[in-house]
Design a protein around this ligand. Sequence first.
Ligand code: ATP
Length: 467
Amino acid sequence: MGRILIVDDEASICWAFREFLTDEGHEVEIAASAEEGLRLANGGGLDAVVLDVRLPGMDGLTAMTRFRERIGATPIIVITAFGNLDTAVRAIEGGAYDYLVKPFDLDQAGAVIKRALEKGTPSKIRRSEPEPQPGPETLIGASPAMQDLFKSIALVAPTDVPVLITGESGTGKELVARAIHRHSSRHAGPFLPVCLAALSPNLVERELFGHVRGSFTGAVQDQKGLLELAHGGTVLLDEVGDIPTLLQVKLLRAIEHREVTPVGDAKPRATNIRVVAATNRPLAELMATGQFRDDLFFRLSVFPIHLPPLRDRPDDIPVLAEHFLKQSRLPDGTDGHLSREVLAELRSRPWPGNVRELRNAIEHAAIVARGRSIRVEHLPTSHPSATIARPPIGREIQEQATLWAHQEAQSTTGDETPLYERFLTLVEPPLLRVVLERCQGNRAAAAQMLGMHRATLRQRLRKYGVE
Ligand SMILES: Nc1ncnc2c1ncn2[C@@H]1O[C@H](COP(=O)(O)OP(=O)(O)OP(=O)(O)O)[C@@H](O)[C@H]1O
């Protein structure tokens, strides 16, 4: 049990905390401002502090340093009413044990306090500069998913572990990778993105690892690869699922041993890089089909971050749209806000191209509106939801079949039916049904379309009970 100081100017929150924590057997002190909290902290004997960011007078983040002088490593849990990446990073860097975004429930807060009392605060404390005005690299978001994302970035950035960012095209994977780099100790080093899907397979090796003179026709001089050029910084391996299988071992070696061997060279060279990988294809499925090595996957995904599609986080649409409007050199005469009708229209669209498509739509509308307020008719026409990017269906079937085969091959349920037979029972009936339908029930035509003898077709239809 501990003595906990709550610093919040909202009386209802203090009251709720007092009730809840006293019931749990803790002793609770309340302060309505940072100044009052600091005075109470002077008395010593605290086991944890819960500190709101927005306070009258001195704000919570500024007060953190002062609290640290008084309470040493005692855990501080920060509460914020709205989160952005800057708040998250400053809270974590200031040595906050964790932070809670309002509204939170008391059970959640209680669990965080309990963990803090058990484990204490991580010792690494570093000051950060507040982020400048929002710019093209600022991550914007108001949804719970984005709040979680800010927290993940704040937690993972100062470490050196590899991060795997997944999400559909245009959800902001590269922006997240840049934010991780910017808030890491490597921020003064280079950030080098490489899109593996854009390189031909034989170029990938040279691009990543470099080459030495004479290693192939045209190699007139030594050339460092990206993994060496990024020494001291971060490499973003975009579309990492597209890296040729043979190179995956070499990449794993580079990450694990921090060394690269250029094409045509025998001696490895040391390189100190952090790898962030991104993909919009599910790597687990590529692994199932043998296109992606398990060991590389586990190495890259030490800290996975998933970015949900924009249609699943509509609360981000208004803040993103107004951010893009401000970025698009707002003409005079508008106040930078969008009307209720425009916001409603934006929220109703499916955004298959995600945030990228939204940004393009706002830029388009700003041009068409020519300095006046944007109206619904200024927006480009919406694409129907059917255009939501899906992988080619053949590939999907192959991936599903592979997953199924892995599962069945391991299964011990004792089904006596041979595996091949069971597989056909899954895939044949829909095929036969569709073909028969197309041939309007004419079995001879269906057999011809299927390339199957009529008697075989008849026998299969009977077996599956297809009419
Ligand atoms: N949360 C966000 N806040 C502000 N801008 C964003 C956000 N998410 C995405 N964007 C903007 O949307 C565009 C696409 O983002 P980004 O290139 O990072 O996506 P991606 O997921 O890497 O896409 P792809 O898979 O096609 O490479 C960029 O202009 C980026 O600045």
